[in-house]
Structure formats: C-alpha cells, structure tokens
Write a protein that binds this ligand. Structure first.
Ligand code: AMP
Length: 437
C-alpha cells in the first residue's frame, strides 16, 4: 500500500483540495433549490429515497464500466477494516438500481420512480463548477422501457430548471444504440478513427480499440475535428433503437421542447443505451453541463440482476446554484431571525431567557445575548447592535420598568416605532404584525 502523505501545518486546517464548505450565505439558497426540486419530483410522481454514500466497489466497476474515466481514474476507493473494497459513490444511478433490486421495488408490470440527492465523489481536476465532492439531484424511472418514460424524464429536468428560473439552456440529445447495433457501429468507428490516427491524441489512440465511442467526446481540439466528421450513430441504429429515438424526438416536439441533436454526445458512463441527453448552460464556461442522463436498459444485468430497463438523469446542484447566482435569479426570501430579545440590565436576563425560549416554542425565531466566558454578558447598546447586525425585524426589550409592569417593549427595527405589550402576549403580537407585513 502507498504511504499516505501527511498534511503540513499550513494545510491541516484547510478542507482538502476540491471540496468546500457550504456556509450560511449559500446554504439557504440550497434549501430553496432543494424545495423546488422536491416539489417538482412529487408532481411527476417520484418518491424520495436516501441511499448509502459508499457501496461495494464492484457495483461501480461493473455498473458504470471498467474502461470509463470514473472507474479508471476518479473513484475514492479504500479497503475497510473488514478487508472489503468500498467506494464513495461517484454517481447515484448504480446505487439506485442496486437498491431497487435489493428491495424488490420493481417486478412484472411494476415500475418505480425514485429520486435522491446528496454528495458524490470524483477525483477530478478541480476548477470552477467542478469539485471532488459535489452534489447531485438524481431521478430514476425503473421498469419502463418505452420512449414516453424517456420524454418524461427529460421533461422533469427541464421543468425543475424552469421553476428555478434558469435561462439560456440547451437540451442536446443522441441515441447511443444498444448491444444489437452498437458492435456494428463500433467497427465502423474504429475503421474511421484508424484512418485518422495521426490526428488523434495519445489517450484517444489508446482507447480507440477498447472504447471508440469515448473518442467522440474528447475535448482535445484536433480530436474534436476528427470526431465532427465521424459517422453518426443514429445512421447505424437497429430498427428498434431508431423507432425509439424517433418517438423520443416526437415526444419532445409534442411538449414544445427545443433540442439539438449531437452525434458526439456519448456520456462518460458505459451503461447508457438508446437515449442520452444533457442540458447545457450558456453561462457556465467550460463546465457547462447542468444535467445529464439517459436510458440504461442493461445496467441491472451488468451488476448481476435481472433485466430491468431504466431511464434517469443527474443534475449538478453546485452548478445550478452557480448559474442562478450568475443570472440573478430569486432564491425566495432569506430566512432571518425575527426577534432579538434585549435585557436592559442583569436583573432582566432571566426573563429575557424565558421569553426567548417561549418565542422559539411558538415557532418564532428568536435570539438573545448568550454571553461569553471572557467578556460576560453584553450591555444594552451592544445587544441592540447585535439585533441590527443579524437583521432582526423586532427587538423585545426588557428592563426594570417592563419587569415591574409585566410587559415587554416591542421595537420595530425598520421604523423604530415602539409599543408596550403584555409579556404573555408578545408572541401573538409579533405573529400578527408579521402576517400583516
Ligand atoms: P454525470 O454524472 O457525469 O452525468 O454528471 C451529471 C451532472 O453532475 C453534470 O451535468 C454536472 O452538472 C454535475 N457534475 C458532474 N461532475 C461534477 C463535478 N466534479 N463537480 C460539480 N458538478 C459535477
């Protein structure tokens, strides 16, 4: 086993390269995106599941494919204390299919529509919009082989983005055929690439024989020129795949979704059959895909299960938020603390503590000066400053006078207006005012 590098003093208090913290300034936006996603998934009949973050390594090597970049170069794989090889999931589809098989979620004439979200892990070169721990939301329609399901999955992803207000998107689609027609196409492709070998990069020459479809999506400019003139798979599809693809295209047209055909779209995962698609953003630069998906009718068999057709997509959470920020889209209202409870003197601190807790129990977000071991409790002015700083809408002020009369002074932090309210009524009063505003 390789000796692990020990972190130095400069790096040990930093997150590892390619991973990041999602802090409060961003996390509320994530909650918004997640809410919209969850609602849209429900409207399309998808149920949420939570799946493990690590799986047996074989699930990915067999499911995603041994010759893919993900499996060859990008997986976080380690041997656990029981000497089993496990891998942090690089994608969600293989785990979804594994779970559906394990729990018999699909059977004869029984299909399952499932979605999940969470972190995925790939050892990639980090750059804007590309991380080593990134988040996806993922929808999988299992057990249905007809083109209506493909169209529904594409429509679902488009609808999520529509609700999030994403603009400047493009749907690109292709068919990657099936085990009936792909071998023939592979031959045609290998012949073509062999004739152009001198113009291809080293990696493409290496993988040309093993996985010639991957040469089609090589990002090296010279390879791109060669790939642009390569024979298109949709001219080599078997009758079944061709008919399926025609129906998918007709469905997209029926729903009024513009799309572009891209014969070079093969996607980096081996399990795709028939439909492959991506949604690209014009606002993301090099890492421009916000979503990718397609049909994978043989994935279940490749991991040792029975025949189970499926179609789905995965969308990049981080990138969706990035595009929304760039486009100035709304994330709804940022949650803020409604009330800051201020104790004017030490004698009022106990009452302030009780009121803060009562407000919270009533579902009104409230904050108080919790003090600090080194500097102790803070004075009135400092507390009012804090109320302003956290953007509280109201300050509930308690001092000697208020305590004597069993009231609280409620200050509107925007207008500066103050009202005296019976202590017991404070929560009701604030709720009423909040619903009116
Ligand atoms: P894939 O599973 O490769 O088809 O990716 C589906 C979507 O996940 C992509 O369209 C991206 O939006 C997102 N994605 C994939 N890899 C990364 C990454 N390393 N960092 C951030 N987002 C990613």
């Amino acid at each position: 086993m390789m000796e692990a590098k020990i972190e130095t003093a400069e790096t040990q208090n930093k997150a590892p390269r390619g991973v990041r913290d999602i802090l409060p300034d961003e996390s509320w936006k994530w909650a918004y995106v997640l809410n919209v996603t969850a609602q849209t998934m429900a409207d399309f009949g998808y149920s949420e599941v939570h799946l493990p973050i690590f799986e047996h390594t074989e699930l990915f090597s067999r499911g995603v494919g041994d010759t893919t970049d993900i499996v060859e170069k990008e997986m976080y794989t380690f041997v656990d204390r029981g000497d089993r090889s496990v891998t942090l999931r690089p994608e969600a589809t293989a785990g979804m299919v594994r779970a559906a098989l394990e729990h018999n979620l699909c059977g004869q004439n029984v299909s399952s529509k499932l979605w999940c979200w969470g972190p995925m892990f790939r050892y990639e070169r980090p750059q804007k919009g590309r991380y080593r721990q990134f988040y996806q939301f993922d929808a999988e329609c299992l057990g249905l082989s007809g083109p209506v399901a493909d169209v529904e999955v594409i429509a679902l992803s488009v609808e999520i983005f529509r609700r999030l207000g994403l603009r400047n998107l493009e749907v690109v689609a292709n068919s990657v055929g099936c085990p009936n027609c792909r071998p023939q196409y592979r031959k045609v492709l290998i012949d073509y690439f062999t004739s152009k070998k001198n113009s291809l990069c080293k990696t493409c020459i290496e993988r040309m024989g093993r996985n010639p479809l991957r040469v089609l999506d090589c990002k090296v400019p010279n390879c791109g020129v060669v790939a642009d003139s390569a024979p298109a798979i949709y001219e080599h599809l078997c009758d079944e795949c061709a008919a399926h693809f025609e129906e998918v295209k007709a469905g997209l047209t029926r729903l009024g979704f513009p799309y572009k055909l891209d014969k070079r779209l093969v996607r980096g995962l081996d399990y795709y059959t028939k439909t492959a698609y991506e949604i690209l953003s014009g606002d993301l630069g090099a890492q421009n895909a916000v979503c990718g998906g397609g049909r994978y009718d043989n994935l279940s068999e490749s991991i040792g299960g029975p025949h189970l057709p499926g179609v789905g997509f995965a969308a990049g959470f981080d990138r969706v938020v990035l595009v929304m920020e760039q486009q100035g889209n709304s994330f709804g209202k940022r949650p803020r603390t409604t009330v800051y409870v201020v104790a004017q003197d030490d004698a009022a601190r106990g009452v302030a503590q009780i009121l803060t807790h009562k407000l919270r129990m009533e579902g009104i977000s409230a904050e108080q000066d919790a003090g600090d071991a080194s500097r102790g409790a803070r004075g009135f002015k400092a507390q009012m400053k804090s109320a302003n700083k956290i953007g509280a809408a109201w300050a509930c002020i308690i001092g000697a006078e208020e305590m004597a009369q069993n009231v609280v002074t409620v200050k509107n932090m925007t207008s500066g207006e103050q009202t005296s309210v019976p202590l017991e009524e404070a929560a009701n009063y604030i709720r009423q005012q909040e619903t009116q505003s």
